[in-house]
Design a protein around this ligand. Structure first.
Ligand code: SF4
Ligand code: SF4
Length: 325
């Protein structure tokens, strides 16, 4: 049973540029402009009309956009829930300007060891993440740590949880690595089971539906679970609507101050109807789209996702905002 039929989320790529070059990501290799505030204002107007409630200002590294604070304020003024994930390199510089504008602020950390984390990100950012945590807390923000779990760092969860998350009262979000276009990776059943155990511990968030999906072999084109394009609008730094999802990026359409009509056009809706059913969709487990997919239709993944959603919102006190999501 589908609970929500309109899109709920916008993955807004403010730029593809990044000041890190992680081994499990290829986005930083793309040349890219930055979005403009004018385009953002036009698009927020239409996102609201389409029913979108959450904007994830993403990238690349979103803090590379020098007007991120202005854009976040615009989104907040229009009643949107905002989310930003940062590698922490620029947060200390812009923290004051961003204060109070990000509902869900995540810092990426893949290891409790400085050298290991910096090696995975290809840049010295561990110390910046630590500094960012301190600054964010001093400003009254409540950041989370997002830990991308690989086969070779799953055993580091305990150390990171004990040494960094618990002392700072931070939620540890476990984000299982996914594979796309030959980038990223997969996890063994042993690692998935370990994650399930961790998901039950204090201040740890794990969407169990992510694990179930992997145990089930990912999305299957014959009986597709993916609702990427019907739940999530992807906007590129060139101000184009990308379909059916960023990672597949089959087609893009210039928005030209016309997002509302464009999204509802026959050509776009034809691609929306192909979500999860294209050859490349077989086995897909891309978290960014599966999370909203699991939220809008009651099925076994919805039930698996429910406890962690409630847990996160209770810890963070954000459940009031999410009512009606
Ligand atoms: S920090 Fe994020 S966007 Fe940048 S290279 Fe790493 S994973 Fe990709
Ligand atoms: S199954 Fe994966 S690749 Fe296919 S549309 Fe959904 S998110 Fe994109």
């Amino acid at each position: 049973m589908r609970l929500v039929s309109h899109p709920v989320l916008c993955n807004y790529y403010v730029t593809y540029r990044c000041n890190a070059s992680c081994s499990f990501c290829d986005i930083w290799e793309k040349p890219s402009p930055y979005i403009t505030v004018d385009n953002l204002k036009e698009n927020i107007r239409d996102l609201k009309r389409l029913g979108v409630k959450v904007i994830d200002f993403t990238g690349g590294e979103p803090l590379l956009h020098r007007q991120l604070d202005i854009m976040l304020k615009e989104a907040k003024d229009q009643g949107m829930i905002t989310t930003v994930t940062s590698n922490g390199l620029l947060y200390p510089k812009y923290a004051e300007r961003l204060k109070g504008l990000i509902d869900m602020l995540h810092f990426s950390l893949d290891s409790p060891d400085r050298e290991e984390h910096d090696k995975s990100r290809n840049v010295k950012c561990f110390d910046k993440v630590m500094e960012s945590i301190e600054i964010a807390k001093s400003l009254g923000e409540r950041p989370d740590i997002i830990f991308t779990v690989f086969e070779d760092n799953v055993h580091k969860i305990r150390q990171l949880w004990e040494e960094i998350c618990l002392p700072n009262n931070l939620v540890l979000i476990l984000n299982p690595v996914f594979e796309y276009n030959g980038v990223g990776g997969n996890l063994s059943e042993g690692a998935l089971k370990e994650m399930l155990w961790w998901g039950k511990q204090k201040n740890v968030y794990l969407n169990e539906a992510f694990i179930q999906l992997r145990l089930d072999g990912g999305n299957h084109v014959e009986d597709s679970i993916c609702k990427a394009a019907s739940t999530t609008l992807v906007i590129s730094p060139e101000n184009k609507l990308v379909l059916p999802c960023y990672h597949l990026g089959l087609k893009d359409f210039p928005i030209e101050n016309n997002l509302y009509e464009l999204y509802q056009s026959e050509e776009v809706q034809k691609l929306v109807a192909l979500e999860g059913k294209l050859p490349a969709c077989e086995g897909c487990a891309i978290n960014c789209y599966m999370q909203p997919s699991f939220a809008v239709e009651v099925n076994k993944y919805w039930w698996k996702a429910l406890p962690s959603t409630l847990k996160y919102n209770m810890i963070k006190g954000t459940w009031k905002q999410m009512v009606g999501f």
